[in-house]
Design a protein around this ligand. Structure first.
Ligand SMILES: C[S@@+](CC[C@H](N)C(=O)[O-])C[C@H]1O[C@@H](n2cnc3c(N)ncnc32)[C@H](O)[C@@H]1O
Length: 264
């Protein structure tokens, strides 16, 4: 579980991230939305990077996230959208490990590795069970996690490095985000990284906002096993979001459907 105050200080800087990795998945989710239609459920929707993109494309979206600070940023952005878009968004503060909705969703997504935040197997399973119950019998569930490069060991640990750097002309802030691989537990398959936002204001003042992020990593056969044991059939695992080359990249984008005892 994430500590309740994670993202409290840093949520407002989340959308400053200029990297391709936070842009390249949008066309893919749009393609899947076109295929399976809405309403769509996004778990761990954060500041609405994916959710607001799909709302703008005309889809009815429900977003669930645990962090009040991340949802505050989302709601501020939503308030600037048209009334039609606002009506298409249903934002809920809650945990992806335990949720129920009355009507099933034809598409449920957990983008950008958020599932890997879940540490305990019981939480991972509880999340998948909730997804199973909320998914339409003919719908699809998309889970994006990263693909470990080979078998990870202590050599994964790395010194602080710059992840990205931007100057925001609206706020006149220069923000540098660094990350550092602090530790790895190869038994529990957990990685701990320290991320620091280094902010310089236009009056020259400077402050740092550090946060620790801990992620569970999965090898392909493990995530297959976990999903299958919770009743999913894996339709496809793409390596990334390149629309023409699903084998390009170092991600695992798992597309699954429900195993239905009366069909399969
Ligand atoms: C890396 S951000 C991803 C945000 C967004 N999906 C995106 O792709 O930009 C991870 C998000 O997971 C949320 N989160 C972490 N644990 C959660 C939980 N148990 N239930 C719901 N949201 C959770 C955090 O609050 C944060 O907003």
């Amino acid at each position: 579980m994430i500590p309740d105050n994670l993202y409290k200080q840093t949520a407002k800087y989340y959308d400053y991230d200029p990297r391709n990795i936070v842009k390249e998945d949008l066309a893919f989710y749009e393609m899947m939305a076109e295929k399976f239609k809405g309403p769509i459920l996004e778990l761990a929707c954060g500041t609405g990077r994916v959710l607001l993109h799909l709302v703008a494309k005309g889809y009815q979206m429900t977003g669930v996230d645990r962090s009040e600070a991340m949802l505050e940023v989302l709601n501020e952005k939503l308030a600037k959208r048209s009334l039609e878009q606002q009506k298409r968004a249903n934002i809920v503060q809650g945990s992806m490990t335990d949720f129920t909705f009355h009507s099933p969703f034809p598409l449920i997504v957990i983008p950008f590795r958020s599932f890997q935040i879940l540490e305990e197997e019981k939480d991972q399973r509880s999340c998948l069970q909730s997804v199973y119950s909320a998914l339409d019998d003919h719908g699809r569930f998309i889970l994006h996690i990263f693909r470990p490069k080979g078998v990870l060991d202590e050599s994964w640990v790395y010194p602080e490095r710059v992840q990205w750097e931007v100057f925001n002309s609206k706020t006149n802030e220069r923000v540098i985000k660094t990350d550092k691989g602090v530790s790895i537990d190869v038994t529990k398959q957990r990685l701990v990284a320290e991320q620091v936002y280094k902010v310089t204001k236009d009056d020259g003042s400077y402050f740092e906002l550090p946060q620790h992020i801990s992620l569970t990593y999965y090898y392909e056969e493990q995530i297959r096993e976990l999903l299958e044991s919770e009743g999913f059939i894996i339709e496809e695992i793409r390596n990334g979001f390149d629309m023409n080359n699903p084998n390009e990249g170092h991600e695992m984008v798992v597309i699954c459907k429900k195993k239905l005892s009366y069909i399969d």
